[in-house]
Design a protein around this ligand. Structure first.
Ligand code: NDP
Length: 289
């Protein structure tokens, strides 16, 4: 029969995780600070634990998904002894440093620790839209992989517990950078009442076409050579970039989301990268001015 799972934290995400384990046939014990949030899961067959200690001792696999790092420590600190010998999978969003700190705490108590980053919204959990990054104790991850795959495709990033958070934060950074450009574009066309039905497909297609260049950019960033197969050199792009800021100003739109790229492009050209790709900006970011 399927192995028991405990889920600590029944917010929007924790409830989705518990639902996926239940649907996948795992006996699931749940706990939440505000107990009423367990009610919908009880109807699906979950067992409600009266306290964190009872929840933790019900399963070898304990999944925690709370608001933040501080709430995880507040909740788990008192039950370190009960967690000893078990696997703790922490799917709470956090930084690589926080993940490594929790891993150190877990190691001190004989807890097999796996940190994770969920790349999905709650309704996506358990669908093929979802994927989840993991890092830390690889044997414990492998042992519980079949259960974890119920949440979404599992990707193990490495034994350093901080890696899943690094991947997660990097992916989110790429997303917010894209959002920044999209917000600016929508503000610009909004000044002339361009219909959303006309512009949205153009923007979607354009971003998709540009995203196809990411593998080439990533290979350049890995090698440190930005001179290979250049079709849009950085000096040309630095010159044209002024038009983005002038247009924003002319249309009465704040340039604050796109302006930070300007000094980086100018510095790239000034430091001799003008004939290469704009991806050379990656080198400048790796050594802050
Ligand atoms: P919610 O706000 O819906 O839930 C927050 C949960 O944290 C609740 O269970 C809450 O308990 C609990 N909590 C907060 N503070 C404490 C505390 N001091 N002690 C004990 N429990 C506490 O958030 P989500 O479920 O959406 O998010 C949970 C985690 O998942 C976050 O780290 C988030 O970044 C991550 N995540 C969320 C995604 C999303 O789209 N929702 C996507 C990817 C990751 P109570 O009910 O008692 O308030």
């Amino acid at each position: 029969s399927n192995s028991p799972v405990t889920v600590l934290g029944l917010g929007a995400m924790g409830s989705a995780l518990a639902t996926a384990f239940l649907t996948g046939g795992h006996p699931t014990t749940v706990w939440n600070r505000t107990p009423g949030k367990a009610d919908p899961l009880l109807a699906l067959g979950a067992t409600r634990a009266d306290g964190v200690a009872a929840a933790v001792t019900a399963s070898d696999l304990v999944v925690v998904c709370l608001l933040d790092h501080a709430s995880v420590h507040e909740t788990l600190g008192p039950v370190a002894a009960e967690l000893s010998g078990r696997t703790l999978v922490n799917l709470t969003n956090g930084t690589p440093a926080q993940a490594r700190e929790t891993a150190g705490w877990a190691a001190g108590h004989g807890i097999a620790y796996v940190d994770g980053g969920i790349m999905a919204v709650p309704p996506g959990i358990g669908t093929d839209q979802a994927f989840v990054l993991y890092s830390g104790a690889e044997d414990a991850f492998a042992a519980h992989r079949p259960a974890l795959e119920l949440l979404g495709a599992a990707h193990f990033a490495g034994a350093d517990a901080g890696l899943a958070a690094l991947y997660d934060i990097a992916l989110l950074s790429g997303m917010y950078g894209m959002f920044a450009g999209v917000f600016h574009a929508l503000a610009l066309v909004g000044t002339e009442k361009v219909p959303a039905a006309e512009f949205a497909p153009m923007l979607t297609g354009w971003i998709g076409a540009m995203a196809a260049g990411i593998p080439h950019m990533a290979a350049q960033a890995e090698s440190g050579d930005y001179t290979d197969g250049v079709v849009s050199n950085a000096a040309m792009q630095a010159a044209a970039f002024g038009n983005l800021l002038r247009t924003a100003e002319d249309q009465g739109v704040s340039g604050e989301l796109i302006a930070p790229l300007r000094p980086l492009l100018d510095r790239l050209v000034a430091e001799g990268g003008g004939a290469g790709d704009v991806t050379g900006v990656v080198e400048l970011l790796k050594r802050p001015a």
